[in-house]
Design a protein around this ligand. Sequence first.
Ligand SMILES: C[S@@+](CC[C@H](N)C(=O)[O-])C[C@H]1O[C@@H](n2cnc3c(N)ncnc32)[C@H](O)[C@@H]1O
Length: 239
Amino acid sequence: MDWDAFFTVHSDLPREGPGCAADVHWALDAAGVSGAVPVCDAGCGPGADLEVLAEALPQARLTGVEMHAGFVQSARSRCARFGDRVTVVQGDMARPGGPYDLIWCAGALYFLGVTEGLSGWRAALAPGGWVAFSEPVLLDGEQPQAVREFWAEYPAITDLAGIAARVTAAGYRVRGHRLIVGAPWSAYYDPLQARIDHLRGTEPDSALGEALDRDAAEIALWRAASGQIAYALMLVQPE
Ligand SMILES: C[S@@+](CC[C@H](N)C(=O)[O-])C[C@H]1O[C@@H](n2cnc3c(N)ncnc32)[C@H](O)[C@@H]1O
């Protein structure tokens, strides 16, 4: 993977994985998180969900943690209107600080491992605190070829019961879940496709061309089986 080429493609995008505002609102409602609480967005990327969290929790103090400098800058610009209520830290989400009433983590916990990441976050949660994270999930039934190819680079993927088992192994309990399928993936892939189309017209070098081809192939696989490619949004709490 040529990371320079990757980040050339993945810049100026509204988000870096599937999701939408309704997912954030569902988690806040289900957890009953409100008021002047500390909240973390772990692996916040360019800050789409951090912005939604800040709007939904007008008294909360929010911390985005993100390792990639370009995304940190994007998230800071995007959330500047919230003043010092929102901080974006360039750092490792394995050590997010805290304690927090909620750690939100969209499409990033798999970098740590579900069990490993949740285990490490125990110390970052306030008493009664929550974690909401999204994780690739296999839906019930036969997996079409496009689904198998789509997830080929994530062999650790399981069904919902498998995610629940990894949550339990960390000493947490599943309090709720919902599927992320369809429109929240368009919210990621439509702007990415537009960026690919734009960069194709700029005479890309071979490294950039390969990065564009890789992302275009991923989008094509998703389009071939968009109803069967899903994340599970998991709402969990320590036992
Ligand atoms: C698939 S993207 C999702 C970004 C964002 N949550 C969203 O939905 O747009 C995963 C993000 O996690 C970040 N990341 C991965 N490992 C990390 C770590 N150990 N510490 C901080 N950020 C990390 C990546 O840089 C990337 O921005």
